[in-house]
Design a protein around this ligand. Structure first.
Ligand code: SAM
Length: 338
C-alpha cells in the first residue's frame, strides 16, 4: 500500500479527532457469558472473516489517517488461530502504533512472554467475578482459576494489565470488597464498567445497571481514594483513583449514566469488515466488498472510512430514551468487541 494515501487526519464534523481503532479479529468466543452472547449462537462464516493480511492493510489506512492506538478484541481474539503471530506482524508492520489487546485471559498463558516481547502496551482482561462458582454460572465454563493465575503471570511478565469488571446489579455487587482488595494487592488498574444495553437476547434491564455513582460510593466506604490527575491516566474514558496504601488503582467507566461521547475518538472494525462509528448505533459501513474488489481496493476503502467518520453520531442519550429493557444496538457485543 502506498504510504499516506490521505493527507489530512481523521476528524469528524464535530471536530473530534479519531485516533483509536478497535479491531475485532473474530466473533467466536470460548466463553458463553449470559449477558454478552445471545441464545442464538450463529457465527460469521469463515470466508467473510477478514484475513490477517487484510486487517494489516486496513490498519495501514488507519495509521495513514492518524490512528495511533489499535486494540484487538473479539469474540475472544486468542480463539482465532495464529492470533499471536498476527500480533507480532502488526507490531513489526506498524511500529508507531500503540497495540493493545482485550481478552478473557483463558488462553493466554503460553503467549505471555511473546506478548511482552511484541511490545503489546496494554492487556485488558475481563473478569466479572472472583467467585469460581459464579464465574461458571456467568460464563458456562469452569475456567476461573486459569484466568486468575494468568492475571498474576501477565503482571509478573511486566505487562500493563487492566482488569475490566462489568458491574451488574444483583450479580457482582456483593463482591465489591473482594475486587477492591484485589486492586489493592496487585499493580493493576481495576475498572468497573456500567452494564450497557447492547445486543438482543442478552440480559440487560434498567434494574441490572449498577450505577457509577453507587459503585464509587461503595468503594469509598471501603478505602481512601485519591483521584488520578488527567496526565497520569492512559487517555481512556475511565475516572481513575489511587487507593491509599494500595498497589493498584481503581477506575469507573460510565457509558450509561455519564457518557463520554463528546470526546469519543473511536472507530470499530468487526471481523467481517464492517466499520462502526458508534457502539450504540447499528449503522455499519461495509469495507470488505470494496477491499476485495479488484478495481476499488484500498483507495476506495480510505474514502469510505473518511465519509463514515464525517457522519459519526454525536452521542447517545440512554438515560433519557431507554425503555426499561432491551438494547439500543441490536448486534451482540461478542460480534462488535466491546
Ligand atoms: N473476549 C474478550 C474479553 O472477554 O474481553 C473481548 C470481547 S468482549 C465482547 C469485550 C468486553 O465487553 C468484555 O469485557 C465484556 O464483559 C464486555 N461486555 C459485553 N457485553 C457488555 C455489556 N452489555 N455491557 C458492558 N460490557 C459488556
Amino acid at each position: 500500500m502506498k504510504k499516506d494515501m490521505s493527507e489530512a487526519p481523521l476528524t469528524d464534523r464535530y471536530g473530534r479527532k479519531v485516533s483509536y481503532m478497535r479491531v475485532s479479529v473474530t466473533d467466536r468466543c470460548n466463553l458463553r457469558c449470559s449477558y454478552c452472547v445471545s441464545q442464538d449462537m450463529s457465527f460469521i462464516p469463515h470466508p467473510t472473516i477478514l484475513r490477517y493480511e487484510e486487517i494489516l492493510d486496513l490498519m495501514g489506512i488507519g495509521v495513514s489517517l492518524g490512528v495511533d492506538k489499535i486494540r484487538f478484541t473479539g469474540g475472544e481474539p486468542f480463539v482465532r488461530k495464529g492470533f499471536m503471530g498476527f500480533l507480532e506482524s502488526a507490531a513489526l508492520r506498524h511500529p508507531s502504533v500503540e497495540l493493545c489487546v482485550t481478552t478473557n485471559a483463558t488462553l493466554i498463558e503460553p503467549f505471555i512472554p511473546r506478548l511482552a516481547e511484541a511490545g503489546v502496551k496494554r492487556l485488558n482482561i475481563s473478569l466479572d467475578t472472583l467467585d469460581p462458582a459464579k464465574f461458571e454460572r456467568i460464563t458456562k465454563r469452569n475456567l476461573f482459576h486459569d484466568v486468575r493465575s494468568n492475571i498474576d503471570r501477565a503482571v509478573e511478565a511486566g505487562l500493563n494489565v487492566k482488569v475490566n469488571v462489568v458491574a451488574m446489579g444483583g450479580v457482582n455487587q456483593d463482591e465489591l470488597p473482594a475486587f477492591v482488595s484485589m486492586a489493592s494487592s496487585l499493580p493493576i488498574d481495576l475498572r468497573f464498567i456500567e452494564f450497557m444495553p447492547i445486543g438482543d437476547g442478552t440480559r440487560w434491564s434498567r434494574d441490572a445497571v449498577w450505577l457509577a455513582k453507587d459503585i464509587l460510593g461503595g468503594i469509598k466506604d471501603l478505602v481512601e481514594l485519591e483521584p488520578v490527575a488527567r496526565e497520569k491516566r492512559t487517555g481512556g474514558p475511565a475516572r481513575m483513583y489511587d487507593i491509599k496504601g494500595g498497589q493498584g488503582r481503581i477506575g469507573i467507566i460510565s457509558p450509561y449514566s455519564n457518557h463520554f461521547c463528546a470526546s469519543c475518538n473511536r472507530l470499530r472494525l468487526t471481523s467481517d469488515g464492517n466499520l462502526r462509528t458508534c457502539l450504540f448505533s447499528d449503522r455499519v459501513y461495509r469495507l470488505r466488498p470494496a477491499l476485495r474488489h479488484p478495481r476499488l481496493g484500498l483507495p476506495f476503502v480510505d474514502r469510505i472510512i473518511r465519509k463514515a467518520t464525517q457522519a459519526k453520531p454525536m452521542g447517545h442519550k440512554l438515560l433519557e430514551t431507554m425503555p426499561s429493557g432491551g438494547g439500543v444496538c441490536h448486534t451482540r457485543m461478542s460480534a462488535i468487541g466491546g
